[in-house]
Design a protein around this ligand. Sequence first.
Ligand code: NAD
Ligand code: TDX
Length: 350
Amino acid sequence: MKLLVTGGAGFIGSNFIHYWLSRHPGDQIINLDKLTYAGNLGSLEKISQNKNYKFVRGDITDQKLVNRLMAGIDWVVHFAAESHVDRSLNNPLVFLKTNILGTYTLLKASSNHKVKRFHHVSTDEVFGSLSPRSKRKFSERTKYDPRSPYSASKAASDHLVNSFHHSFGLPITITNCSNNYGPYQHPEKFIPRMITNLIRGEKIPIYGDGKYLRDWLYVEDHCRAIELILTRGKTAETYCLGGQIKQINNLELARLIIQLMGKDFKKSIAFVKDRPGHDRRYAVDWSKAGKELGWRPKYSLREGLKKTIEWYLKNPHWWDKLKKETEKFYTRTKKTCLPSYRRACLSADR
Ligand code: NAD
Ligand code: TDX
């Protein structure tokens, strides 16, 4: 099989390429990535010399390039996106360009070249926010209700993908997955931000009251689900993917990480300004993927976190520079615990 992977220098894409080549060494992968601030070839160093792997630096909105690369491709696995909610609040336009126009460009070329499968990697955030008091979960039947420019752009891309199936017969599949964590995740995201702050002896910034609920999935479990969908999934289907059954809020998650890293809870957190329009709760019912594909998450949250903490401890050269740039962004947007923002950064004792 010949795969075109987009966004393969990002967090999930790079984990997917490692996973795929270790399990399907005879397959060929072309990785198309623009190398934005979120793309990092350091994540792919171990396979850069593999003869079945080729990197192409380019933009998914570049019609000519995308059309040229699509020749002879069997499967497209589309990860490339602007992916950070906080950044979408500051600069939404680039989210619309990459996530909507980029997806459209790939769909058009896939359709022209009659690819056998277009797999679109999407998010549970397209479904909006759940009440913390309800037992409801997002499923394939949930109505779309995106709340941030990021999730709105992903929702638009999901609709476009479906429209290319209905209008032009393109064989597509979509996954709407919950929050991922694991190696090679940019330190702007919550779990790596917590781990790298603790390694540097800094506090963890908790947005708002910290009672926001997320559904965490170890990235390798996500990669395995995509593999099952490509090899056994039915075309034109959507699969919701999520992690653990037990709910955990951001403060409880911080407490667990602080404990696993042997630090003191009260000295290690600080409450900072909240994210505007912050979705309160995500939770995913992944029973369809369970029934149809035999998929379930392999890693418990504790196991996945231990592996992730170990990886960040061992690889400071991978994240150190990214961390400095990221904290500049958070300082500009006042989502930091620096002394100059003490007023926004209340004590953990409150
Ligand atoms: P990421 O931000 O780590 O990586 C995105 C990659 O896309 C980067 O390598 C970047 O250089 C590349 N890219 C951005 N714009 C591009 C463009 N115009 N052309 C080509 N390449 C471009 O993202 P991630 O966390 O790995 O997420 C991957 C996908 O999974 C995204 O579509 C995201 O919406 C989805 N998703 C992420 C999560 C999560 O928790 N991280 C959960 C569910 C779904
Ligand atoms: O410093 C922080 N402090 C904090 O309290 C950061 C960075 C985040 N948070 C909170 C906000 C959220 O409630 O932690 C939670 C997780 O935040 P993010 O890591 O930014 O993830 P989220 O906004 O939930 O979105 C993620 O999951 C779904 C990914 O970034 C998306 O790409 C994916 O679609």
